[in-house]
Design a protein around this ligand. Sequence first.
Ligand SMILES: Cc1cc2nc3c(=O)[nH]c(=O)nc-3n(C[C@H](O)[C@H](O)[C@H](O)COP(=O)(O)OP(=O)(O)OC[C@H]3O[C@@H](n4cnc5c(N)ncnc54)[C@H](O)[C@@H]3O)c2cc1C
Length: 447
Amino acid sequence: MIRVEIKPADLGESGWNAILPSRVATSALERDIECDYLVVGAGFAGLSAARRITQLEPGASIAILEAQQVASGPAGRNSGFMIDLPHALATGRYGGENSQDLRNIRMNRAAIAFAAECAQSFGFLDEAFDPCGKINAAASQVGLEHNTSYARHLEALDEPFEMLDAVAMQGICGSDYYHGGLKTPGTAIIQPALYIRSLADALVEQAGCQLFENSALLELSRKGEHWLAATATGSVTSQRVILAVNGLIETFGFYRHRLMHINLYASMTRELSREEIDQLGGDARWGFTPSDPIGSTVRRIDGSGGTRLVIRNRCTYEPHLSLPADRLQPIADDHARTFYRRFPMLKQVEMEYCWSGRLCLSRNDVWALGELEPGLYSACCQNGLGTTRGTIAGIIAAEMACNSSDRSLVPDYVPETLPQRLFPEPFMTLGARSLIKLKEWRAGKEL
Ligand SMILES: Cc1cc2nc3c(=O)[nH]c(=O)nc-3n(C[C@H](O)[C@H](O)[C@H](O)COP(=O)(O)OP(=O)(O)OC[C@H]3O[C@@H](n4cnc5c(N)ncnc54)[C@H](O)[C@@H]3O)c2cc1C
């Protein structure tokens, strides 16, 4: 019997979810049901897995258990960059070995194509999924050098890009903070909470899946050929179960001492007035990732929640998967400082939301993906690109669970080794925290 240890939720309300119209959650599981496939977790991995099963086995009965309301977890808390290019956070570099990078690019693009297909066939709003590319913004000489070396790497990969100077950057974002940018066309930018809500609702309304929100899986046990999954108020009996809970897979007792749990933090401004929009200038929507991976991600959004700016920076290593409640305020203050440095013309604009969210890395940048026990699959540990890699993990785990030989969506996927073991404590935590501090300090104006 597997007993799941429940961890506190992420801190703060995600602005992405808060600016959307309120949504009525599906009911919690309050009875005993049976199904062909059970998916645990309604993030990128879980919902992509459910979608893939509907494609491979139309008519199969699929239940999804989600501990919180859909889009309240990390899937609705991220910065929304579905990035096609290499982005290895654990190593702090954007590029690696060429052949491996080309394979990763093809896999990431397969995930983006899968998301695009979902958006198109289920009729998502344009705001939910926008294949508009992104800009790696440089705010210092060091940032420019990062971009130049990244550009050389992209040239070697035969990947298109465009270099932007400070004037072009100001034309886009309205601020003279940036010295240059590197624009690449393959990234899709999503409104993460809207994308996740839209996919979850479409799977229920258009594809016949059963979704139970506020229904944390608490116990999992074998019952003959089946798995019996128990929540506080009901149970699901299913032959095949996919665990799509990212780093929380450790709370199920799997991959212990192999996963690194990182928290990221973001803030969103209140809606800008017409006058403030004019003061800012620039384009209506844009997305900047930092030239130094530890730096600040900044977006301007312009949709149903009005015109707002969103900033993400700071990260912390949290081996116990929980955060002290007072962690958010100093980080919110940092966000405000880094924001006003970039946009002094908006100094009267307050941040309305600040939140944290977990992500999961492995030292060797591999997934925790595969069959754990007969009929029980993991689609976890997405590393730095959780939106794309979570989508891929879901697709692959679904294909494994369906025992399908159809690998046409992500033909480049090859099974990987296990996530490497972490260093013993306290060295692991001390080392990871010191490294983050050093990188944040070195990031200078990029932060
Ligand atoms: C501030 C921030 C910015 C980020 N920016 C980006 C970005 O721009 N691009 C990018 O690619 N990634 C980004 N990420 C990372 C990305 O959000 C995650 O990697 C991604 O959400 C992982 O997807 P997932 O489906 O594997 O897991 P999750 O999104 O974590 O979904 C797992 C779900 O499982 C549920 N769950 C857990 N335990 C149980 C249980 N016992 N029973 C039932 N349900 C359970 C959780 O509630 C959760 O909803 C960012 C993250 C943060 C926090």
